[in-house]
Ligand binder design. Sequence first.
Ligand SMILES: [Zn+2]
Length: 390
Amino acid sequence: MRFGVLGFVAALFATVAVGAEARADDVAARAARLHRSAIVIDTHEDVPWELREHWADLGKDGATKHVDIPRLKKGGVGAVFFAVFTSAELAEKGQSAHVALELVDIIDRVVADHPRDLVAATTAAQIRAAHKAGKVAVLKGMEGGHALEDSLGILRVFHRLGVRYVTLTHTNSNNWADSLGDFTRTPYDPARTRKHGGLTAFGKEVVLEMNRLGLAVDVSHVSPETLRDVLAVGKAPPFASHSSCRALTDNPRNLTDDQIRAIAAAGGVVMINASSSFLDDDALKAARASKSAARADMKPTEPERKLTTLARYVDHIEHAMKLAPGAVGLGTDFDGIPDPPADFADVSYFPKLTEELLRRGHSEREVRDVLGEAFLRYLERVEQRAASPL
Ligand SMILES: [Zn+2]
């Protein structure tokens, strides 16, 4: 040995240092490559409600707070579920189906206005085809089962209009399913919205009809008893379109470890919400402290917010991945939340997420699963269940 032991050790350190730098560059390049080829799916964005309040051309920069076509492209987004969201107030006024139909129309018009960039989709195969064609697939997810106005006929009509999931409740319990309520109300009291102790007999019929049609049952917002009943009676797996991990942040909208395991065991997936108040206890406290945060899951009313980081978002994703490998994805709630992480501020930031997951040592396959493949497999399971008699 020409350099002796010390020289050898020095050379080894130099090699390791250069290696680390090279690896860092390598991760960025790998992330960019992986992100371009992966199908990135976000299962909850409240774009239609934003556009109904303030109409804008989605093709223009800044069309809504968190979403426009230029940012969707920069973010490498392959498919989005635009929310057909109606509030508890609309349910009280008997206007929820009416407004839901207007939101369906808004989504269809936005897609029709941008045929080069967007394409309507209702199936996993159509999402894959859109990705191949270089377009963003736009799907519809109804949030707030009250918009069905207690009618299986209306459910079937919304299915024909392209709706492919229904979040059984919003912050309000409806006539057939209990909600977990409004997490921003303090003190938080789940008894406030406990009306049935889960699903009623008709609520169970709604779930089975959704299973038969191939409409995914979304359990974000529902009470623990409703989730329990969905798991017990459902013939197809449910999913959570925009919830995070209760073990990391004690927001009642988040799922407990047992719930995450149970949803995955049934064949469902958990799509992680990017609201700071879902990801970080201090941000949750800030949201609750602010009186105007009463509708924090849907309206950006507060002037001041405590924002968390992309790293914290990834902490929640990783926690769910440990409990439910291959059954975790992204349901940011962009445009429905006032407080995404400062460094994950809108749909253009998805490539940063891919890079962070790779840096943490996850395999390309695991990252692809989180970005969209886990959800695609889930959607295929829902479709297969619909294709076979219950
Ligand atoms: Zn929501």
